[in-house]
Design a protein around this ligand. Structure first.
Ligand code: F6R
Length: 245
């Protein structure tokens, strides 16, 4: 796992955007796993800017969702597929059917998780998976206690995740309690992983991910075992690291 510490959230986004655009220029048909959350927004804005300047094309890429709330309509502003379309894909030349979604409104969510996992396998996995990290060390919605051999499945959100995501809803009661998420093993199959973390509220989880043991209590610590994982953090998120890298 490589760790890159930069000064600001803006630089985290810039560093990540340069790695994504490098990949897409070298490998125009690369498949990319897309995350949501506030951390990703700066990256999506910069990728849109680079596209508008004519410096990259996403026309031949395939995109895969990392996770999705259960029971939220795809048209809702809280739907993760809505977020990646409205913040990124709708502003670039991504092909209309290039986003492989997790349908949180599917009648059978277990079957939906398996369908997605199969599509991912048939596509040969992703070349780059984008990730954020929860204050409790989650990646995707793999909450503490998630098994390392987990695949895409139905998950129950922890209270701190519900609290973190409550500002996006009219009240904490509105936050779905259940979601579909790629599993830890699914994420670890990605050929490369780019995790971004910004802000002091992530410092403890970042330190546990990088300096701690690989434990179920910090799901992100599993990334220590991925040779193609890069973690990009700002100085606030890096403030509890044993050695600033
Ligand atoms: C979102 C996701 C989550 C977030 C994490 C950080 O698709 O899977 O793991 O990446 O909760 O969220 P923010 O960036 O809002 O702090």
């Amino acid at each position: 796992m490589d760790v890159v510490v930069v000064e600001s959230a803006e630089e985290v986004a810039r560093e990540a955007a340069s790695r994504v655009t490098d990949l897409v220029r070298r490998h125009p048909t690369a498949s990319i796993g897309l995350a949501t959350g506030g951390t990703q927004l700066g990256l999506y804005r910069l990728l849109t800017d680079v596209y508008r300047r004519g410096q990259v094309s996403f026309a031949d890429n395939q995109f895969f969702m990392l996770d999705e709330y259960a029971g939220i309509l795809p048209t809702s502003t809280n739907s993760f597929q809505h977020v990646v379309r409205s913040e990124f894909l709708n502003h670039v030349d991504a092909a209309p059917r290039s986003l492989h979604v997790l349908d949180g409104t599917a009648h059978d969510l277990h079957a939906e998780a398996q369908r997605f996992e199969q599509i991912l396998r048939d596509a040969g996995g992703v070349d780059m998976q984008l990730l954020g990290i929860g204050t409790n060390g989650h990646v995707g919605f793999n909450e503490p206690g998630s098994p390392p051999n987990s695949r895409t499945r139905l998950v129950r959100l922890h209270d701190d995740t519900i609290a973190s995501n409550a500002p996006y809803f009219s009240s904490p009661a509105e936050v779905p309690r259940v979601a579909i998420s790629q599993g830890l093993e699914t994420i670890m199959k990605a050929r490369s992983i780019l995790l971004m973390a910004i802000g002091a509220r992530k410092a403890k989880a970042v330190a546990e991910m990088i300096d701690g043991e690989i434990t179920l209590e910090c799901p992100a610590s599993i990334l220590q075992g991925h040779s193609g994982a890069t973690v990009i953090v700002d100085s606030a998120a890096a403030s509890l690291l044993a050695s600033r890298v």
